[in-house]
Design a protein. Structure first.
Length: 180
């Protein structure tokens, strides 16, 4: 998995990079919010470790921009300036978790594991929903009229049934599509 560390402290970045790479993950590093957002544009990132106190753009603003782009990336906030208000605001803006500095390595690793599992489950959920839409959707059937909407409603009622259903209609009316 790919993890982006956005923190202006070089020593902390080195510690986190070493810790994460030992777990078998790839890391990217950014020293500012702008640099982190640019990396997110270029690279496929699964999880972001984000400091709230950054030069230039604040961590909260970075988090807002990540969420406004509708990215599925999991964001974990790590900051030395821990306050209840900061934690609440980070969670309100869509952070997965909030870790105050100094932290224990095991706490960070556990949070990363949980965050990556959350990411996997979100992707799986999206995939399953898409499969359901394509399997039970009406994309191949043309028709927006009220009678066609009634046909779609009947199909939805009949689809879960294990009973045999007779579909009647003239040639070319979409009986095979309805049967699917």
């Amino acid at each position: 998995m790919n993890i982006l560390i956005i923190d202006d402290e070089e020593v902390l970045q080195d510690v986190l990079t070493s810790l994460i790479r030992r777990e078998g993950h790839t890391t990217y590093s950014a020293r500012s919010g702008e640099e982190g957002l640019e990396l997110l544009r270029r690279e496929e990132v699964d999880l972001v470790l984000l400091d709230l106190m950054l030069p230039g753009m604040s961590g909260i603003e970075v988090l807002r921009q990540i969420r406004s782009r509708d990215l599925d990336v999991v964001v974990v906030v790590i900051t030395a300036y821990s306050s209840i208000e900061g934690a609440i605001e980070a969670m309100r803006q869509g952070a997965f978790h909030y870790i105050p500095k100094p932290f224990k390595n095991e706490e960070v690793l556990l949070t990363i594991r949980k965050g990556l599992e959350q990411r996997r489950l979100t992707a799986e959920n999206r995939s399953l929903k898409e499969q359901l839409r394509s399997r039970f959707g009406f994309d191949q059937i043309i028709g927006k009229s009220k009678p066609m909407q009634q046909v779609f409603d009947l199909i939805k009622l009949a689809a879960p049934s294990k009973s045999n259903i007779l579909i009647l209609g003239e040639s070319g009316t979409g009986k095979e599509l309805v049967a699917k």
